[in-house]
Design a protein around this ligand. Structure first.
Ligand code: PMP
Length: 361
């Protein structure tokens, strides 16, 4: 039998997949503020529900997965050609597509850790090897160490700014140095799922990097700032040949018409979007300042979420949040990630945080 398949398993399957934990969602709960999945607390932008409703009348048809309208719209917004845009059912889908296209058995994928839990998972799917590089003590990417971790087997490096779950950014200068240090035939993905929430002018910004590097793909999503998490749509901007390779590994027909029309309707409402993003960013600053006053050593947050480095006390901290009707997300044994949600949640968040600060001293 296959030496890798455990003997109790009924059929021969890939051992690395059998050993892989499935991706786990942040938990929902019947009561309380759900601040465990970095979702947007606002309803969809005006026009979105109408557009989705119209698309629903075509549910008996397959979607137009080539997505010509949203692709053309994004190309215009980013000042690129349509073959420099790739759209898929969420940026998670795109991450998997790039991993499948770039990294096979024996190849390596470098990313910072702790970061988005999809990175180790998507690395194992095509049989590649994960090379996680520890964050700095202040919860940031160590881009110097990441560049040093690149070998001749590395096929993909992922940079996440703002980083999920620590909410820290990579600076423009750090990123530029990093791109200069890695070979220009090595694919680099800059995952900017939370880019819209950034207010720090020193933060790396994919918008300023378009066509600057032959090996860079910028990933964005409609799930976070645009509040379309349930519809599943994200996109990448990058060199046409790289995106072409990733187009071949797409899960066929997975991008719905509903998601496409909702994205277009959302892009039509950029003024309202800016307002909502500013509202959340302002609340994030209020929460962060209050946490500093409580004595917390919380890294400055740049996404729509805050990182509590609770270490060994993480499980207890989660329970205190729960007792205050707050559903947070635990990352054992490192900390708790908490989404900046509705205004009404702030009082509970701060009361819980104060109690935890007292508890863990
Ligand atoms: N990248 C990062 C860093 C994320 O945190 C998330 C969502 N949790 C995604 C990508 C995926 O977003 P989506 O698939 O909804 O576009």
């Amino acid at each position: 039998s296959d030496p890798g398949t455990p003997s109790h398993f009924p059929v021969k399957m890939r051992p690395e997949i059998l050993a892989l934990p499935a991706y786990k969602q942040g938990s929902a709960a019947p009561t309380g503020f759900k601040l465990s999945s970095n979702e947007n607390p606002f309803d969809p932008l005006p026009g979105v529900l109408e557009a989705v409703d119209a698309a629903t009348r075509q549910l008996h048809r397959y979607p137009n997965a080539a997505a010509p309208e949203i692709t053309a719209r994004l190309a215009k917004e980013w000042g690129v050609e349509t073959d420099e845009v790739i759209v898929a059912a969420g940026s998670v889908a795109l991450l998997v597509q790039f991993a499948l296209a770039a990294a096979g058995h024996g190849d390596e994928v470098v990313y910072s850790w702790r970061s988005f839990e999809v990175y180790p998972w998507m690395t194992v799917l095509p049989g590649a090897t994960a090379v996680p590089v520890p964050n700095t003590p202040d919860h940031r990417h160590d881009l110097v160490a990441m560049a040093a971790a690149v070998t001749d087997r590395t096929r993909l490096v992922i940079v996440n700014s703002p980083n999920n779950p620590t909410s820290t950014i990579v600076t423009k200068a750090e990123f530029e140095t990093f791109m200069g240090a890695v070979p220009d035939d090595l694919l680099v993905i800059l995952d900017e799922a939370y880019a819209e929430f950034i207010t720090d002018p020193d933060a790396v910004n994919g918008r300023e990097l378009v066509r600057r590097y032959p090996n860079l793909v910028i990933l964005r999503t409609f799930s976070k700032a645009y509040g379309l998490a349930g519809l599943r749509i994200g996109y990448g901007i990058g060199p046409a040949p790289i995106l072409g390779a990733a187009r071949t590994t797409i899960m066929p027909l997975s991008l719905t018409d509903h998601a496409q029309v909702a994205a277009i309707a959302s892009l039509d409402r950029s003024a309202e979007l800016q307002e909502r993003v500013a509202n959340i960013a302002a609340r994030r600053e209020v929460v962060w300042q209050a946490l500093l006053e409580q004595g917390w050593d919380v890294p400055r947050p740049h996404g729509n979420f805050v990182w509590f480095p609770t270490g060994e006390r993480t499980a207890e901290a989660l329970e205190v949040f729960r007792a205050h009707d707050i559903i947070a997300r635990a990352y054992l044994p490192d900390g708790v990630r908490l989404t900046i949600g509705e205004e009404e949640s702030v009082e509970n968040v701060l009361a819980a945080a104060e109690e935890i600060a007292r508890l863990i001293g």
